[in-house]
Structure formats: structure tokens, C-alpha cells
Design a protein around this ligand. Structure first.
Ligand code: ZN
Length: 402
């Protein structure tokens, strides 16, 4: 049985409602085949239409070879049906798709860049250009040119070329047979099976949003029509909120944000410097407050959780700026050690810590003055600590005190 559908959208993209006969059903009637349809099946980068058949929602429409399958939310029992497409969605797709034709023509004309890919997304659409690079200025120039063509309101015509003559088409066509040719008068001529608006004015504003590198070329993100208005509205409102927070005009906001970001960076640098100085001072005070052991060695043991940070290292260094000093920090989550020593004790922190951790399957190292590392788990860490306490007996006393 022939299950091919006449594609009504090829002849009239503006057809919203149609009558058709059911010529096939599958999956308990959830997959419906019609002798004619105005539903656009997903293809060529354009998503499918949705809508209703006899009031039952159509979720998706797709091609199965020559056939067009309509995926329904529930079976439709009648054999004679009335289809209605979701016009708001379809017209939006027609705007984005026609905008793509126009932008592709402009990119080719201005920069010799052929379009090698197109995707029409739910939020934004993209064109892939075979071009090594494209500057933002060039993209904005193309946007401006495309919008000039929009304002000229040039006709967009569909015609069938039965001979399949591909002369003067923007994109070469390999397959033989009749071609559906979409022409923007004086601007573009290309073979395409998609749905398009009838004049460039209906595309509405064209708004280029972003450039990315993709597949060795350039990916241009854009929106057209109401989408462009909604996007520009959201962008404007976001910028206006920033400007209000800073109590400046919209136009001055970017400059002020940049200035404030620089100031914040400098303030953060100064804060970090002071924090480290303070930490080092805390280490010195800690040293002064620590009673020496019988060996005249002053030891301090500190527990910490999480990442071993610069401030803890500064405390350790401050502590070990005193004579005969040993500072050990024991961390959990992850299990880690920091060992710092004063230069006059004859110890090598890097070697001692490295050996103790290597013995329990961990690793660590550093300079003779300060070293750090990690152990596989808490038990291994305690073993490494015990090993250090054997080498530096004064540590044992400090560990016992804590
Ligand atoms: Zn098209």
C-alpha cells in the first residue's frame, strides 16, 4: 500500500488547517499516516510542527523514508480527519528558517563563507560557516546587512525546477530530479524543502548573539522575529538591573563594571596579603605562648579540615621563625599533613614528611623548612604521624597534650 503523503506545506507554508484521509495506523493508532498533510516533519535542521488531529495533540512529525508519521497522544478512530498545526510555533520556525537563508546569503556575499550546517533550536538557532575566523565586527556588519534586506521587504518565492537545473544555486545539489527552489529576490537562490515566510519583512529583526568555533569553522548563533525582540528585551532588562544597582546610566554600566572588577581584584590581592601577614603573626604569637619541652624544642600540633590553605602555611612559617620550632598540622577530608621546622634544629621537613607518608602509601614533599602531603586514609595518616613522633620525640609530647 502506498503510504506517501502529499506535502501541503510545500505548496503553501501558510496553510494552518486541512482535511485528510487516514491511510495507515501503527502502534495501536498512536502513529498515524495521512494521504495529505500540512504538518512539517523534522528535517534539514528545522524541528517538526506540533498541533492537533481531530483535537488530539500531535507531539511530533517525522519522515520514514517517503512516508510522514504523525505521533499522537491518543488514537484517532475516524478515517476522515481534520488537522490543525500549532501556528505560533510554525510561524516562529518560518521566521528563523527564512532568516537563516538570508544570513547565509549575506555571509557568502560579504566574506565568501559557505554555510555547511544549520540548527533551529527551541531558544536559539545556529549557522555553521566554513570559514577559518570571523570577527565580532564582521558578524555585526552581516547582521546589519541582513536587516537592511528585511526592511526592503523583498519577496521570497517558491518554485519547482523540474529539470533539476542547479545553476546559480547558493548550495550545490547532488541528487537528480525536480528541485524546490527558494528565492529571495536578488539575494539568494537555494534548494530547500523547509517552510519559509513570503517576504523578508516577515522575518522581523535579525539578531546575532554569539560566535563559537565549531568543526574547524565558525558557528553563528542568532534569533529572528519575536524571538529577537524577547531576547533583546531580556538583555536590556538584565543590563538595566546592573545599571540600577550601580546607579549609572545603561551606557556607562559596562565601563563601570569593568572598573569595579579591577578594583575588586586589587582589594582582594591586598586582603590576601594582609591575611597572610596576620596568619604569620598568629604563628609567632603561638610560638611565644608555647612552652618549650625538656629538649628546648617548641612543638605545636593543629588539626584542620578540608583544603590546606596558604594561611595555615603562613601560621606554620610564623611559628617556625622562632628557634628550635616544629609545627605539625593534621588534616581530615582529605587526610593531609603539613610539617614546618625552624632551620636551627637540624631537621629536613621535606625528607621526614616524604618518608613518613611513603611508608603508609601516601606521598608528600617540600623544602627542608616546610613540606606537605596526603595519606590514603585516616588510619594511614595517624601511622605517619606516629612515625614522625619517633624521629622528633618532642612531637610526641605535643600530640599527647592536644
Ligand atoms: Zn529553507
Amino acid at each position: 500500500m502506498d503510504l506517501r503523503s502529499a506535502r501541503l506545506y510545500w505548496e503553501d507554508s501558510y496553510l494552518r488547517e486541512f482535511q485528510a484521509d487516514v491511510i495507515g495506523r501503527e502502534e495501536g493508532g498512536l502513529r498515524l499516516y495521512l494521504n495529505r498533510t500540512a504538518f512539517y516533519p523534522e528535517s534539514g535542521g528545522q524541528p517538526s510542527d506540533t498541533g492537533w488531529i481531530n483535537g488530539v495533540p500531535v507531539r511530533r512529525v517525522f519522515e520514514e523514508g517517503e512516508r510522514i508519521a504523525h505521533l499522537l497522544e491518543a488514537p484517532v478512530p475516524e478515517d476522515r480527519v481534520k488537522g490543525r498545526i500549532d501556528w505560533e510555533r510554525r510561524f516562529d520556525h518560518m521566521q528563523q528558517h527564512s532568516g537563516q537563508h538570508l544570513l547565509s546569503a549575506v555571509f557568502l556575499d560579504l566574506y565568501g563563507a559557505p554555510t555547511v550546517g544549520f540548527h533551529l533550536g527551541a531558544e536559539v538557532s545556529t549557522i555553521d560557516l566554513a570559514l577559518s575566523s570571523l570577527s565580532w565586527r564582521q558578524a555585526v556588519r552581516a547582521e546589519e546587512r541582513a536587516n537592511e534586506v528585511v526592511v526592503q521587504n523583498l519577496p521570497i518565492r517558491i518554485e519547482w525546477d523540474e529539470a533539476g537545473a542547479t545553476a546559480e544555486l547558493r548550495r550545490p545539489v547532488e541528487r537528480p530530479g525536480p528541485l524546490r527552489i527558494v528565492t529571495i529576490e536578488g539575494v539568494d537562490r537555494v534548494a530547500c524543502g523547509g517552510t519559509h515566510v513570503r517576504a523578508t519583512g516577515e522575518i522581523g529583526p535579525i539578531f546575532v548573539r554569539k560566535l563559537d568555533r565549531a568543526h574547524g569553522g565558525v558557528r553563528v548563533e542568532f534569533v529572528c522575529g519575536l524571538r529577537a525582540i524577547r531576547r533583546a528585551r531580556a538583555d536590556h532588562d538584565a543590563l538595566a538591573a546592573v545599571a540600577r544597582t550601580l546607579s549609572v546610566s545603561l551606557d556607562r554600566a559596562p565601563e563601570l563594571v569593568a572598573t569595579q572588577a579591577r578594583m575588586l581584584e586589587e582589594a582582594e590581592k591586598a586582603r590576601r596579603k594582609l591575611a597572610l601577614e596576620l596568619a604569620e603573626r598568629r604563628g609567632r604569637e603561638l610560638y611565644a605562648a608555647t612552652a618549650p619541652a625538656e629538649s628546648e624544642i617548641r612543638c605545636h600540633v593543629e588539626r584542620f579540615r578540608g583544603k590546606l590553605d596558604e594561611e595555615l602555611r603562613a601560621v606554620a612559617q610564623g611559628f617556625c621563625s622562632g628557634s628550635r620550632a616544629v609545627f605539625l598540622a593534621i588534616g581530615s577530608e582529605p587526610p593531609a599533613l603539613l610539617l614546618a621546622v625552624s632551620p636551627d634544629g637540624g631537621w629536613d621537613a621535606g625528607r621526614l614528611l616524604g618518608e613518613a607518608l611513603a611508608h603508609v602509601g601516601g606521598r608528600g614533599g617540600g623544602s627542608a623548612r616546610i613540606a606537605q602531603g596526603g595519606a590514603p586514609d585516616a588510619a594511614a595518616l595517624e601511622q605517619a604521624v606516629a612515625r614522625l613522633a619517633q624521629v622528633i620525640p618532642a612531637l610526641a609530647g605535643a600530640l599527647g597534650r592536644r
